[in-house]
Design a binder for this molecule. Sequence first.
Ligand code: PGA
Length: 253
Amino acid sequence: MKTVIGNWKMNKTLPETLSFLEILKKDPVIFNTNAWIAPPFTALYGASKAVLNTPIKIGAQNISIALSGAFTGEISPTMLLDAGAQFVIIGHSERRTLFQETNEVIAKKCELALKAGLQIVLCVGETKDERDASMTKKVIEKQLTEALEKIDKTFSKKVMIAYEPLWAIGTGHFASRNLVEEIHLLCKNRVAAHFGIALEEVPLLYGGSVNSKNCEEFLKSNLIDGLLVGGASLEVSSFIEILKIASNCRLGV
Ligand code: PGA
């Protein structure tokens, strides 16, 4: 099954989250796709309670670099688990650019999250300048290598990668399917080699201005296992539409 993750960023209160999930969980499409939602921290507990006994997974958008202690404003892996999170998005470009998260910080977060038992969605992607300078592959190789360096092979099934070119996020300028396939193949090879697994065992998502109109083109590809959706995941009708299209596309490779 294809995976579609809604990254809500800093949007939705708890009541708004619950109304969204009330509609989503009644739609049979959730049985034919992996429907995952990453609400803000404040809605995690309520959201995970709301989707109990459904296949919907709830996850966080960020995690601390430490297990506990004097880190004002941070949320630890144990706290995420406590709130019912099953996965966490790590290294989103907004974290990298607005909050200066380096590959080193991201590596630490990946390690802590996995060791705590969370599944991770590691985001990688190049800026427009890097793309214009033909550095895309180099940048992505480096992001992947440094993030996964210390990750043990036993965690191979808990790692999902999301390729999100920065110039495509929230801009309306989505990447071409050809480019996404090329980068996904590179990522699949890199991650498969690290973990000693087959290419088809490495799930790769695309993200960046995905909506219900353009998602089919990506979802039809055997090299694209799913989507990370920002803006178009905020309206439940649009998220369900994307899930329906995903449910009609088989997962390949
Ligand atoms: P977008 O965001 O779909 O609004 O471009 C994607 C993301 O940032 O994960």
